[in-house]
Design a binder for this molecule. Structure first.
Ligand code: SME
Length: 163
């Protein structure tokens, strides 16, 4: 059984090197989409400080994001492409980093405690499959190092999983 080890460093690139190494171990030997998304969100929520939500949305029919495995408070189930931070990441096909969600036009407040957000799209063979979404109760919680780290998390998840 895999056991997650607390990461002590305050150095973000080092934190993500350790986190992605643990994620690789966690997903080894399992390719199921739901199982891997569930364990990836649990690892992110357990290991990353100062989060109030971590999880997945998957793109389904009619270009709609549908809630996937996550950790945190109950969340909105369906988000149209282009709506909110998650829908913006799908439309732009790039990560979206929001320092202050109150200043983001169209932000969807699932948990009123959320103040900043990072959304990374899952892209395989040129197709957007969904997003990883992280929320924090602190303004400006996420920076370029977090974006690069979670993009690596997305790449490891995609490589380890049957889509
Ligand atoms: N805030 C997101 C909605 C999803 S929740 O944060 C879990 C958005 O604006 O797309």
């Amino acid at each position: 059984m895999f056991e997650a080890h607390t990461i002590e460093t305050a150095n973000k690139p080092e934190f993500y090197r350790e986190l992605t190494s643990q994620l690789g171990g966690l997903l080894t030997g399992e390719r199921d989409l739901i199982a891997n998304a569930a364990n990836t969100s649990a690892l992110l929520y357990q290991m990353m400080p100062d989060l109030n939500w971590a999880g997945f949305y998957f793109l389904r029919a009619n270009d709609e994001l549908v809630l996937g495995p996550f950790q945190g408070k109950v969340a909105c189930v369906r988000i149209s492409k282009g709506k909110g931070v998650c829908g913006a990441a799908v439309q732009r096909r790039t990560s979206v980093l929001v320092d202050d969600v109150h200043a983001f036009p169209g932000h969807i407040a699932c948990d009123s405690a959320s103040r900043s957000e990072l959304v990374v799209p899952l892209i395989a063979s040129g197709r957007v499959l969904g997003v990883i979404d992280l929320d924090s109760p602190s303004p400006s919680r996420f920076d370029a190092d977090d974006q690069a780290g979670i993009e690596k998390v997305a790449a490891i998840f995609l490589a380890a999983t049957d889509l």
